[in-house]
Design a protein. Structure first.
Length: 172
């Protein structure tokens, strides 16, 4: 589980060990800034699926459940308000992502600029997904920047479901 990691965190030896771990049928869980980690490690970026590009200030927005047929999603309402730091992602580097939750960009201001890096929204804007990868499993959620969210039952259901699937490969 990569919980709010950022930058280069693993040595080449640790990267090799982690690849073998996933290839042996195990799972990965990435939370929030885990998509802002290990940009230069192509294997990792493909496992995450999409990498962080930019984010505006923390805002409240409507989220939409894209797929309830996944552990931890069954109790989430079809549409709900949530406050977090909304990541905009670079284009997907994995084409087999199964999207669980998206954000309605009409309900917050996605416009932001950091020097030459600019965010204007993504159109369809997923914030949580999963896929099988290199013999194992990968689950990612962009939720989880705001510490209070880790005591919210909706977020914990979502997170525990992702952990369960990554650990077991079992669905509903």
């Amino acid at each position: 589980m990569f919980l709010n990691t950022t930058g280069n965190i693993l040595t080449p030896e640790q990267q090799t060990a982690f690849e073998k771990f996933i290839q042996s049928g195990k799972g990965y869980v990435g939370i929030h800034s885990a998509s802002d980690t290990e940009y230069d490690w192509e294997w990792y970026t493909k496992m995450v699926g999409m990498m962080f590009k930019i984010h505006p200030t923390i805002q409240t927005a409507y989220l939409k459940v894209e797929d309830k047929n996944f552990p931890g999603m069954e109790r989430l309402p079809a549409k709900f308000l949530w406050t977090d730091e909304w990541y905009e992602f670079s284009p997907a580097v994995s084409k087999d992502l199964h999207f669980l939750i998206s954000i309605d960009e009409k309900t917050y201001n996605p416009n932001v600029k950091w020097g030459t890096n600019e965010g204007k929204g993504m159109g369809f804007h997923p914030i949580s997904w999963y896929h099988t990868y290199d013999g194992g499993r990968a689950f990612y959620t962009a939720m989880g920047h705001v510490p209070q969210n880790f005591s919210d039952p909706l977020f914990l259901d979502h997170l525990f479901g992702g952990i369960y699937w990554a650990a077991t490969g079992k669905g509903l």
